[in-house]
Design a protein around this ligand. Structure first.
Ligand code: CA
Length: 423
């Protein structure tokens, strides 16, 4: 009985850890820095309509923009204008339009290359809005001009709907509502001198199902990233020295050879996060280290070879155990997008946006950083390393994530605890 109670306590703690705001990097209090992520949308067809949108994610080659459904509904052609080149129309494709819903959303995807300055706006879905809160909006309405800033304050909030006292006009539909430099909502419609917006949480919910897995990550603020485009690996240290910066057709990456580690100095206390990297395996195997303790004594390491993928765990001093493995692998000499997602002891491994392996650890490592480890007789390249936190859904205590976690955790068999001596 006592064991059961303490087990539930542990699960509760895990659930709390998952739902806690994870130090999501705060956008600067400055609206200026958000403007490159805000776009103007011109939809044409039977009628021509102008609206606003903002970038929520980028993946290799694609830029994802969220807007109000009515801006793009029924359009035959969608043109997107970015802040850095405001007169150049870039073609976009509208999808997932919540048609005939006056407060619905739509997604616009741009496949043409856009400037590196186009930064996705992080959704501050943990911010609660109340009456009187001062907010700002950005849009393209005639009275304020393109990328014009509108000021107002929250008149009321009802569930995911916010009414904002401000002179908002139609062309600002799809524009972000900003508080203290963070995106807390999106304008969807208006009434005289009132802008109607939905919360960032509602936008996040919409995106949860709408974005491809590879792009999902960028919807939240990065806590670490390095694409090595500066030609160096400043901020990284090597153990046993088999790593260096390589270059191919102007692209820089990190390359490892033989048994050796490359680890960033940053990130000893990260909790629930996703590690994303592009990895090219030339021979042998590579470990992606996850929740790596500062002294390196405890960690998960996810191994990739040509014919297998595995999740292993190390506990100090030198206890190693295999948690899960699959007879799948990486194609040699090809870049793969690898994502390792962890929350509350559950680890999921994705290769090229397809889940390959998962494991729920009943006594999970709680925090740590990341690293890369090439093995004996091995060679691998690493590029576009990104770490993003999970966005907590704090405002909904009965959300599905709560229940799923509780049930999954309780349904677990008595995992590894007693069998550690085999490790
Ligand atoms: Ca690079």
């Amino acid at each position: 009985m006592i064991a059961k109670v303490s087990r539930e306590l542990v699960i509760l703690c895990i659930a709390l850890a998952v739902l806690w705001p994870l130090g999501v990097a705060r956008a600067q209090g400055d609206i200026e820095s958000l403007l490159p992520g805000i776009v103007k949308i011109v939809a044409s067809g039977a009628t021509k309509k102008t609206g606003t949108g903002f970038v929520v994610a980028r993946s290799q080659g694609e830029t994802y923009i969220v807007t109000a459904a009515h801006v793009v509904e029924g359009a035959e052609r969608v043109s997107v204008f970015f802040y850095d080149r405001p007169s150049r129309a870039v073609p976009g494709t509208a999808s997932r339009i919540q048609a005939s819903d006056p407060r619905g959303l739509g997604l616009v995807t741009v496949s043409e290359a856009v400037s590196a300055s186009v930064t996705p706006l992080a959704l501050a879905s943990d911010v609660r809005m109340s009456r009187g809160d001062p907010v700002k909006g950005v849009g393209h309405q005639a009275s304020h001009g393109d990328w014009g800033v509108i000021s107002g304050d929250v008149a009321s909030r009802e569930g995911s709907l916010i009414r904002i006292q401000a002179p908002v006009e139609q062309q600002t539909s799809g524009g972000p509502v900003i508080r203290d430099g963070r995106v807390v909502g999106m304008f969807v419609s208006q009434q005289p001198n009132v802008g109607i917006a939905i919360t960032a949480l509602a936008v996040q919910d919409y995106l949860d199902g709408a974005l491809p897995p590879g792009a999902q990550a960028s919807a939240t603020a990065k806590i670490f990233s390095d694409d090595f485009s500066d030609g160096n690996a400043d901020g990284w240290y090597y153990i046993r020295g088999g790593w260096s910066v390589g270059q191919d057709s102007g692209n820089y990456y990190l390359q490892g050879k033989g048994h050796s580690h490359a680890r960033p100095y940053e990130g000893e206390n990260w909790t629930a996060y996703m590690l994303e990297a592009r990895v090219k395996l030339l021979k042998g195997g590579i470990h992606l280290e996850y929740l790596l303790s500062k002294n390196g004594g405890s960690r998960y390491y996810i191994g990739f070879r040509e014919d297998e993928i595995y999740i292993d765990k190390q506990l100090p001093p030198d206890k190693f155990m295999t948690l899960a493995q699959a007879r799948k692998g990486l194609t040699l000499d090809r870049w793969h997008l690898i994502q390792i997602k962890g929350k509350g002891g559950k680890i999921e491994v994705y290769v090229d946006s397809t889940k390959q392996l998962e494991y729920l650890d009943s006594s999970p490592l709680e925090n740590g950083g990341i690293g890369f480890e090439t093995l004996d007789d091995s060679e691998a390249y690493v590029d576009d390393v990104i770490v993003v936190p999970f966005v907590p859904h704090l405002n909904r205590p009965t959300s599905r994530s709560h229940r799923e976690w509780g049930q999954t955790a309780l349904a677990l068999p008595e995992a590894k605890q007693g069998s550690g001596s085999t490790g």
